[in-house]
Write a protein that binds this ligand. Structure first.
Ligand code: 5GP
Ligand code: MN
Length: 343
């Protein structure tokens, strides 16, 4: 057994409350944020399998679709997509006893599904690692010091003394989210406790090498061509220690863009010595927005920057947002915003 650290979010009172609610079989819905990533899907599917093992009827409802490189996750075949199964999803949310919201901290992150969650009679439980959570949940496991929601879910399972339910499927899902949200174990949020959790997950059946392969080495040639375009579009703002990438819809189309193809592109900016802020601006003609992703090192608060100028948020060193302007105008606006922010 790994050493169990005692975290603020894991007060006995919270765990007892959760254990009490879970004492009899219930109808449970588990929801990740919109455009779910490895951490969001990994944590939801792991938690679902744990709950099913103690006789709950548990279902995952995703607000919309997600990249195919996550479709191999155990349990993926039963995920309900709110966008394509709206009526079914709304009825499940309305009739649930418990709703777990995973890997986000404000109902705005699940768009219209948030309205259904709000009006459902179900008790709501947040499990998340983003700063400044909204106050919508009846019970909150909010721990911004955690590098991933998957790690948090792991500690909650251990705290509930349900470790016997961490089978190879659960271990695989949790490992995936820890891997993706920690940039393969390199972000400052990774701790010795993270590695102890991961060691335990490997012992319980997570195949780290296979998971890495499925997540990181499963691209189509078109995706690498798109990366080439992104890198050649990179602009450096030496005065601001910033590197940014733009990708137009036309450039995406030329490389037969599929959801998830640009995942990780933003990080390349940070691989340059001295760069403190890396940004990617991706045009979406379908949504009629420019999707913004920010990654920073050190003190630069990417979440504050995203919230102040791009209707977004996230973590200190990884945040996202959007712009309703054109790509060219967004680029100009971004440069002005950066100047304001740093002065
Ligand atoms: P990404 O750049 O990978 O889309 O997101 C990085 C981080 O910022 C993630 O933790 C994600 O949850 C958060 N994030 C991304 N987009 C938004 C947004 O529009 N609003 C908020 N509040 N957070 C976001
Ligand atoms: Mn996360």
């Amino acid at each position: 057994m790994p050493t169990i650290a005692i975290f603020v979010f894991m007060t006995d009172a919270k765990l007892s409350q959760l254990a009490q609610w879970l004492a009899k079989p219930l109808h449970i819905v588990i929801i990740p944020h919109k455009n779910p990533d490895g951490d969001a899907m990994g944590s939801c599917l792991a938690w679902q399998k744990v709950l099913q093992q103690f006789n709950h009827h548990a279902l995952v409802i995703a607000p919309n679709s997600y990249p195919t490189f996550l479709h191999w996750l155990p349990g993926n075949e039963n995920v309900i997509n709110y966008e394509t199964e709206q009526e079914n999803a709304e009825s499940l949310v309305a009739n649930a006893d418990l709703i777990f919201t995973l890997d986000f901290n404000t109902l705005k992150r699940i768009d219209d599904l948030g309205v259904c969650v709000s009006s459902s009679r179900a008790k709501k439980i947040m499990i998340d690692h983003h700063q400044e959570p909204d106050d919508y949940a009846d019970l909150m496991f909010s721990e911004p010091s955690m590098g991933s929601t998957c790690e948090l879910v792991y500690h909650i399972i251990i705290g509930l003394q349900k470790q016997q339910y961490i089978d190879s499927d659960v271990a695989t899902c949790l490992y995936t989210g820890i891997l993706t949200d920690t940039g393969s174990f390199r972000f400052p949020s990774v701790t010795p406790t993270t590695h102890r959790a991961v060691a335990d997950l490997i012992e319980r059946g997570a195949n780290h090498s296979d998971i890495h392969d499925r997540i990181k080495d499963s691209a189509r040639p078109d995706r690498l061509k798109l990366l080439g375009t992104a890198l050649s579009n990179m602009t450096f703002l030496a005065d601001y220690n910033t590197a940014y990438i733009t990708l137009s819809q036309e450039e995406l189309d030329r490389c037969n863009y599929q959801k998830g193809d640009t995942e990780g592109f933003v990080n390349y900016g940070l691989s340059i010595s001295g760069i403190q802020l890396a940004v990617i601006m991706t045009e979406s003609k379908k949504e009629n927005i420019i999707k913004m992703s920010f990654r920073s090192k050190g003190e630069f608060a990417a979440n504050t920057f995203a919230k102040t100028f791009f209707e977004g948020g996230g973590h200190t060193n990884a945040a996202g947002g959007k712009s309703d302007k054109s790509l060219v105008e967004t680029e100009k606006y971004f440069k002005a915003a950066l100047k304001t922010f740093l002065n």
